[in-house]
Design a protein around this ligand. Structure first.
Ligand code: BG6
Length: 508
């Protein structure tokens, strides 16, 4: 397969029907259909493949094809020649999630497509739906017998569930029970698209395929870790969901926790999905329970106010269409957490994410401890900066290590230098987008990059008390620091980070 010439997929892709539930929605149009088309263009999809769009809206197949074409044009990847063949893989089926008959009609349509297009009875159902429809959609599929797999490897059925997986610990457990009444664990793929980013996957290779970093990857050498995922976009057209969720449910319960686990987990004995997910689950369950009676020392929340960027006025969060007036939903959070185990005891880990900041940046910064003794004290009046390792995920996909050097010249002067590895440098392979990678893994049945339920629950068990404490807090309004849209992080967050810098006198 040309697309993966130097790094091929070992498992053959079996013919299947890919069912997008919520096919007229935002996720389908912005991510799934473009990802499928990109894979199709690069001959990286199974053949034969049928893509069935399902939705509550009654539209014709022609309308669905037009909508798909528009989505591809908007994504800037439309190709008229490839489109002809791709459009033939599309089908559309109206669904009503409350009506069991509609599930039976879907099952009948899938059986007939299987016969016509020889897709071997393999189906995968992608829930690209608002979270309140997950349970009804799963029941609909289950009651129509679509969760049942046939024996002897013929006809698998897989279910892909988007985040958020639940609203808190209780609802996540209830959703899981509901899903398990129709699907078994090996059929369930709980997505986190951050895990499918090349540079996020590279964290494990960087840590565990090099002998030099792991010995210094602990509390003896590392002073702090700062994981950042900040964005310039605001809540966009997702206020209905976001105003209920807020930044902690939207970014922390999933992406931030996965970045944390990739950075701090122990080496798994084997590179296999269960072994990797076992180690991650241990990290989640070792998170020190948050001091909910002393929230302000460990958590800064913010909400964007009206601001300016490139001469334009940016609306405040509360002015965004669909946001409840007087909403106290946080759009920014900085959290200081600790992992209670031998490796990480006492190392502060900062998790920071927010919308409508001055830049989009995703990175993990490891700050090492100071040198044990500075023999240059009499030579340089300036302090020696600690080494820093940056694992850049966006916009720079790179690994950067800063260290001290002597500046050229007759006098001994200190200077900082960086080693900078750009992930794309000299790469000749085509890079898979996160959704492309996710779809390939679902088709090959590889669950490594997907959440396992014990991890989901351990993270909710950690975050739910924080969410409850924030939401019931008497000074909830005062806890929410305002920051200008398009501007820097809230001052209170800057103060918490600066405090860490000043307190950091630890030496190796
Ligand atoms: C999504 C969140 O999961 O991740 C969004 O729901 C956020 O609010 C997005 O904007 C960020 O993803 P990325 O890949 O652009 O960093």
């Amino acid at each position: 397969m040309a697309y993966f010439a130097s790094c091929p997929i070992e498992t053959p892709l079996e013919p299947c029907i890919f069912i997008i539930m919520g096919a007229t929605g935002d996720l389908a149009n912005r991510k799934l259909l473009p990802a499928l088309f990109n894979l199709f263009k690069n001959k990286a999809l199974p053949d034969p493949l049928t893509i069935v769009g399902c939705g509550r809206t009654e539209i014709s197949l022609e309308n669905f094809r037009d909508q798909t074409q528009t989505a591809l044009k908007n994504a800037g990847i439309f190709d008229a020649v490839k489109w002809n063949n791709f459009s033939r893989t599309l089908a559309y089926q109206r669904l009503s999630y409350e009506d069991a008959e509609s599930g039976k009609r879907l099952a009948k349509a899938l059986r007939s497509l299987d016969r016509q297009r020889k897709t071997s009875g393999n189906r995968f159902f992608y829930l690209a739906l608002p979270p309140d429809l997950y349970a009804p959609a799963v029941n609909l599929l289950g009651d129509a017998g679509l969760g049942v797999e046939k024996s002897e490897g013929l006809g698998w059925s897989r279910l892909v569930v988007e985040k958020p997986f639940g609203y808190d610990l209780k609802s996540a457990m209830a959703l899981d029970r509901q899903i398990h009444s129709h699907f078994r664990e090996h059929q369930i793929f709980r997505i986190d698209h951050y895990l499918a980013k090349e540079t996020v996957q590279n964290i494990l290779i960087f840590r565990f395929a090099n002998a030099v970093f792991e010995p210094i990857w602990d509390r003896k050498y590392i002073a702090s870790i700062h994981i950042t995922a900040i964005e310039t976009v605001g809540v966009e057209h997702r206020a209905g969901y976001y105003d209920q969720a807020g930044v902690i449910r939207d970014m922390f319960q999933n992406h931030m926790m996965q970045l944390l686990a990739m950075t701090t987990m122990e080496p798994p004995p084997r590179f296999e999905s269960e072994a990797v997910r076992d180690e991650k689950a241990k990290v989640f369950s070792s998170l020190r329970p948050f001091p909910v009676d002393d929230l302000r020392a460990f958590l800064i929340l913010g909400q964007y106010a009206r601001g300016f960027s490139t001469g334009k006025v940016l609306p405040a969060y509360q002015e965004e269409p669909g946001v409840r007036s007087g909403s106290l939903t946080p759009t920014y959070a900085l959290m200081k957490v600790f992992i209670d185990n031998w490796r990480w005891q006492g190392v502060p880990i900062f998790l920071e994410s927010g919308k409508r900041l001055s830049e989009k940046r995703t990175e993990i910064v490891i700050t090492f401890k100071d040198v044990p003794h500075c023999m240059f004290r009499k030579t340089f009046d300036e302090a020696i900066s600690p080494n820093r390792l940056v694992l850049g995920i966006y916009p720079e996909e790179h690994i950067q290590l800063s260290f001290q050097t002597k500046k050229a010249g007759a006098k001994m002067c200190l200077g900082s230098a960086v080693l900078d590895f750009k992930y794309h440098q000299n790469a000749r392979e085509l890079f898979l987008g996160a959704y492309e990678k996710v779809l390939i893994d679902c088709m090959t049945g590889d669950q490594m990059l997907f959440w396992r339920q014990d991890g989901v629950e351990a993270c909710w068990a950690f975050l739910t008390p924080i969410l409850n404490a924030c939401e019931q807090c008497a000074f909830r309004k005062e806890m929410l620091h305002s920051y200008p849209a398009g501007g820097p992080r809230p001052d209170a967050a800057q103060a918490l980070l600066s405090l860490q810098l000043h307190n950091k006198h630890d030496k190796v």
